[in-house]
Ligand binder design. Structure first.
Ligand code: NAD
Length: 260
């Protein structure tokens, strides 16, 4: 699998979760990594983690910032061949309790932002008469969800709908659009969120891995990165509009602990 001489942009690539795995995988397969982050503080973290990569700040909710980002990248690297829409935010609240602001806050990043970055990415491909590739980071929540995740699940389902629709629209230009749907990918930062529904987040994570997944082993961020790299590479040249679940068999299980 080779991604040499491909300029690949990863949104929210300064994070410590899935994005880190995607960035590490892209570097290992020889891509020229471009990381987008929301602000200078996060960008600094990315520069420290991925020496030599190009880091650009832009809030994916803001059209003008995105336009400036693509103008800057055009001058710096020329055409961008691949895009990983990784930036995302979560919300853990029942749909009937969430406010309009919370709903909009999630949708602005998780679906509207994904569409806006994709749009500008595709336009620069078409202007340069170049084929290319989008990988959207969805979630297992688009396929099966749990209490408090209805709004997140709905946004990720929209991401998969966008994936299929854009794949159909762009196939004639040989631009492919796919998604990965990670299961639970552990990062220390997740404990804060999990603590909102359990007193023992470490045990909850352990139980989840052992009971809910067919393979009772923690999913690593690099597993998601390798799947994204495959979808960005020519090895997947006949695959478009698809979602690859990177979930150790989480979504194929009918029941959790009762099935042991
Ligand atoms: N961690 C998991 O278990 C898991 C599972 C399934 C899917 N995902 C998805 O993976 C992606 C990465 O999430 P993560 O859990 O690794 O979290 P993370 O917080 O480490 O990564 C998200 C990154 O996106 C950036 N970001 C947020 N809003 C932004 C904006 N408006 N503009 C630019 N950047 C922005 C953040 O600064 C952060 O670095 C998300 O799309 C998430 O929904 C994560």
């Amino acid at each position: 699998m080779e991604l040499k001489e491909r300029n690949i942009l990863v949104t929210g690539g300064g994070g410590y979760g899935v994005g880190e795995g995607v960035c590490n995988a892209l570097i290992s397969f020889g891509a020229r990594l471009i990381v987008n982050e929301i602000n200078e503080e996060k960008a600094k973290i990315a520069r420290g983690k991925y020496p030599g990569c190009i880091v650009v700040t832009a809030d994916i909710r803001k059209q003008a910032e995105l336009e400036n980002m693509f103008l800057y990248l055009e001058k710096e690297v020329g055409v961008i061949h691949g895009l990983v829409n990784n930036a995302g935010v979560g919300l853990s609240k029942p749909a009937h309790e969430a406010s309009k602001e919370e709903f909009d806050g999630l949708y602005d990043v998780d679906i509207r932002g994904v569409w806006m970055v994709s749009k500008l990415f595709v336009r620069q491909l078409l202007q340069n008469n170049t084929n290319g590739n989008i990988v959207n980071v969805s979630s297992v929540h688009a396929h099966a969800t749990m209490p408090r995740y209805a709004i997140y699940a709905s946004a990720k389902s929209a991401v998969e709908g966008l994936t299929r629709g854009m794949a159909i629209e762009l196939g004639k230009y040989n631009i492919r659009v796919n998604a990965i749907a990670p299961g639970y990918v552990h990062a220390e930062q997740n404990y804060a969120l999990i603590s909102t529904w359990t007193d023992n987040p470490k045990q909850w994570v352990q139980d989840y891995i052992e009971n809910e997944q067919a393979i009772p082993i923690a999913i690593q961020a690099i597993d998601c990165g390798n799947a994204a790299a495959f979808l960005l590479s020519d090895l997947s040249k006949s695959i478009t509009g698809q979602t690859l679940c990177v979930d150790n068999g989480d979504t194929i299980k009918l029941v959790g602990s009762l099935s042991k």
